[in-house]
Design a protein. Sequence first.
Length: 259
Amino acid sequence: MKAVDLFSLKGRVALVTGASSGLGMQFAKALADNGAAVALVARRADRLADIKKAIEAAGGRAVAIEADVTDRAAMLRAFDATEAAFGTVTILVNNAGIAQSSKRAIEVTAEEWRKVLSVDLDAVFYNAQEAARRMLAAKQPGAIVNIASVLGFGVSKGVAAYATAKAAVVQVTKALAVELAFKGVRVNAIAPGWFVTEINDKFLAGEAGEALKRAIPAGRFGKDGDLDGALLLLASDAGSYITGATIVVDGGQVVMITG
């Protein structure tokens, strides 16, 4: 089979959370460029509208849906709206996430801890659960791709809540994979290294960012397109026998962290 056919997403319906900027926006464009109809889900409706226009201008199909991933009722409506527009979601990209303020663990408040885990872990599980339920009900095979992080494998100071949530995403991915594989629903994760996005651009622009860059064997931060290959592999038939896996895309950083 030719690569263009193996990685094709023609006829698939994708829902991407956190699609209004950064990695989520890139994921949505990559999916649309390869044939999927894409539901763009995030809180910033104005940005979603612009991304929808860009995808359609490039010949793709998209729908913009305003929703907060921590609002389960809103996410149910997002799945319903996607089905009304394109049919059952067969690709879910659980991308939405937030960083925590750089505090030592003993300074993190209960409210800060819960906020990070609510977005970065709880929403990942509940959205995967809902997507899987609908795929099974429709007797449709599908792929769920959770976005973890290299900080799920090794930590640094000031990221206790975030690193804990991302490590748990890796385990949630495995747990869902073993339960859903026999029904044709694959669950995998991508663990990006450092990519410059709105949630970390100020931090990475300073001395701390330069120090981090020096610790990455590839000598640079990730850039647009560096995650597309992993995403398309896990979302398409090219990854039909891959489930429960976490693909690390980090320029070699984890190797330096874990040895």
